[in-house]
Ligand binder design. Structure first.
Ligand SMILES: [Zn+2]
Length: 114
């Protein structure tokens, strides 16, 4: 199943915006002795710290990534399973949209049929 979005900083974010925030790139480095090594670079990976290669998901976002509030970054696979729908709210608004907090792209639509 593909990752639809991520939750962090108490909101939903699309894969592109999540990658901009947490994504990493694997780079190979060659030191002055000609030895090559692999390293990761990304906004949340400190340059100055030596680090091991982290486990990445399908979008090159580290698994177990933590946001600025100290909460885990959660991948969302399925809209219907992930959204806790309030029955009263749903009764008035049967069609719900999952939108990115940053770019406002609509990622999924879900209509409740009663
Ligand atoms: Zn977005």
């Amino acid at each position: 199943m593909r990752i639809l979005a991520y939750t962090y900083l108490a909101a939903y974010h699309c894969v592109d915006c999540s990658y901009k925030e947490f994504g990493v790139e694997i780079i190979s480095k060659i030191d002055s002795f000609g030895n090559s090594s692999m390293a990761m670079t990304g906004k949340h990976i400190p340059d100055e710290e030596p680090h091991s290669i982290l486990d990445l998901d399908e979008n090159d976002i580290p698994i177990d990534q933590v946001d600025d509030e100290g909460s885990s970054v959660h991948p969302i696979f399925d809209f219907e399973d992930s959204w806790e729908l309030d029955p009263d709210f749903i009764a008035e608004n049967p069609t719900q949209h999952l939108a990115c907090e940053d770019c406002h792209k609509i990622l999924a639509r879900y209509t409740v049929t009663v």
